[in-house]
Unconditional design. Structure first.
Length: 184
């Protein structure tokens, strides 16, 4: 949909948003509170998604809703997180990305910090020939930023689930995005 040229978000019975990924393509995300992680039959995904969008009167959303059908690509997953305790390396093997720090998508930064890992690792490898100290230096540079993204994303998720403080939510968003704007 061409009119989706920037991220748009709605808050109601569920949280949802539209994200453009190219001039012609976009994706819809919806997060809902589910008390249990029960199995949901994929054959019901489209109908359940349409039902979740039913409570939003915005005409754009209603057009998106009308376009959801059996051929729609719908991914249904619980939101999970992981922050692997250090060390993230052993010998000459090191882990980066979601393998060590998977965040819920509330700061939309999981892939970004994974890409940063790769940049920092190559930077450290280019100026140090000792592998153990290189991997330790990599870990030292990455730990605090990745911990912040995982833990702040989890707190944002908790506030949204519990209908918690909007001020705290806004403050965490602001502080996290300012921290992420700092050089790696
Ligand atoms: C709903 C949602 C929205 C998100 N939105 C954003 C966003 O807006 N911005 C952002 O920066 N991040 C976002 N993320 C996070 C982002 O998707 C992840 O942080 C990122 O994909 C992690 O990259 P990765 O390469 O570390 O791991 P992955 O993308 O998980 O890649 C791991 C790969 O390894 C493969 N694999 C696993 N096991 C094996 C095996 N045994 N053999 C061979 N291959 C294997 C998998 O198939 C997969 O292809 C979002 C995540 C979710 C769930």
């Amino acid at each position: 949909m061409e009119e989706v040229d920037t991220t748009m978000m709605w808050l109601g019975p569920v949280k949802l948003g539209l994200n453009p990924v190219s001039a012609a393509d976009m994706y819809l995300f919806v997060t809902e509170r589910r008390p249990k992680n029960e199995h949901v039959d994929p054959a019901t995904f489209a109908a359940q998604l349409r039902a979740l969008l039913g409570g939003f009167p915005a005409s754009l959303l209603q057009r998106v809703r009308a376009s959801i059908g059996p051929d729609s690509q719908i991914v249904f997953r619980p939101l999970e997180q992981l922050l692997l305790p250090r060390p993230w390396y052993r010998g000459r093997v090191v882990l980066i990305g979601d393998a060590v720090h998977a965040a819920t998508p509330h700061l939309a930064s999981g892939a970004c910090i994974g890409i940063e890992d790769a940049l920092v690792l190559s930077d450290e490898l280019s100026r140090n020939e000792e592998v153990p100290s290189t991997l330790q230096a990599f870990q030292d540079r990455r730990w605090e930023r990745c911990r912040m993204v995982v833990e702040n994303s989890a707190r944002l998720a908790q506030i949204e689930i519990e209908g918690g403080s909007r001020d705290e939510h806004a403050q965490i968003m602001r502080e996290s995005l300012m921290a992420l704007a700092q050089p790696i």
